[in-house]
Design a protein around this ligand. Structure first.
Ligand code: PGA
Length: 258
């Protein structure tokens, strides 16, 4: 398993105003800086209005910054959208694309997610590409097929381009839709099986599949993090609700195996 460094990423979703967002970011920065050598990278993805103030609060510290979405185009007449170069300009290193709340709430297709991931890679961001089945799809025994199809359909072509290893800037987050914000988590056995399948599928997309970090997301909290993060092909977590509390988020990161 080797060189994949655990990534603990917080997705704040549409939560937070300047005071609490900045305070949370500052608290995490202080804790991570004081912790010295840790076996994980930590990132937070605030809502768009907070990206600049949170960037200022995190400045020159070890906590990394990410956006929650980006548009496929670099600029233009796209009211309400944010372009990947804008995120990079604000100091982001990451951007989440294809979250199920975008796929299902905004009708984003695999093709759209793929274009967004390509836009992120083009400006040097790391794209956290989310995939995950619905409860009905799992009940019908289609979970692995759905996730494999999303992964292949969302894989940015430029990732395989010669002259660089853009795929090293791709992170895949497996987030079963029925586990997001519900308090229900997939069983460790189900997560392990899905992550194994994702790694195998990545092998058909790139010869660098073993470099790509695979995160689990869906009701991750301090109480279940150690068990999930210990699984062989789980290289981190994408955390929603629990990332809104600095102590809870820190406790998840601390559950990274040493
Ligand atoms: P949750 O969200 O941790 O609140 O379930 C995870 C996510 O949607 O990324």
């Amino acid at each position: 398993m080797a060189s994949r460094r655990t990534l603990i990423a917080g997705n704040w979703k549409m939560n937070g105003h300047r005071a609490d967002g900045v305070a949370r970011a500052a608290a995490l920065k202080e804790r991570l800086a004081a912790a010295g050598a840790v076996p994980f990278d930590m990132a937070v993805c605030p809502p768009a209005t907070l990206i600049w103030p949170v960037a200022a609060a995190l400045a020159s510290g070890p906590v990394l910054l990410g956006g929650q979405d980006c548009h496929p185009a670099a600029s233009g007449a796209f009211t309400g959208d944010i372009a990947a170069p804008m995120l990079a300009d604000a100091g982001c290193r990451f951007v989440i694309v294809g979250h199920s709340e975008r796929r299902h709430g905004h009708g984003e297709t695999d093709a759209v997610v793929k274009a967004k991931a390509a836009a992120a890679l083009a400006v040097g961001l790391t794209a956290i590409v989310c995939v995950g089945e619905t409860e009905a799809e799992r009940d019908h025994g289609a979970a692995e097929a759905v996730v494999a199809a999303q992964l292949t359909g969302s894989w940015p072509e430029s990732a395989g381009a010669a002259g660089g290893h853009a795929e090293d800037r791709l992170v895949i987050a497996y987030e079963p839709v029925w586990a997001i914000g519900t308090g229900r988590t997939a069983t460790p056995a189900d997560v392990a099986a899905m992550h194994r399948m994702i790694r195998t599928t990545l092998g058909s997309l790139t010869d660098r599949a073993d470099q790509i970090r695979l995160l689990y997301g869906g009701s991750v909290k301090a109480a279940n993090a150690a068990e999930l993060l210990a699984l062989e092909d789980v290289d981190g977590a994408l955390v929603g609700g629990a990332s809104l509390d600095a102590d809870a988020f820190w406790a998840i990161a601390e559950a990274t195996p040493r």
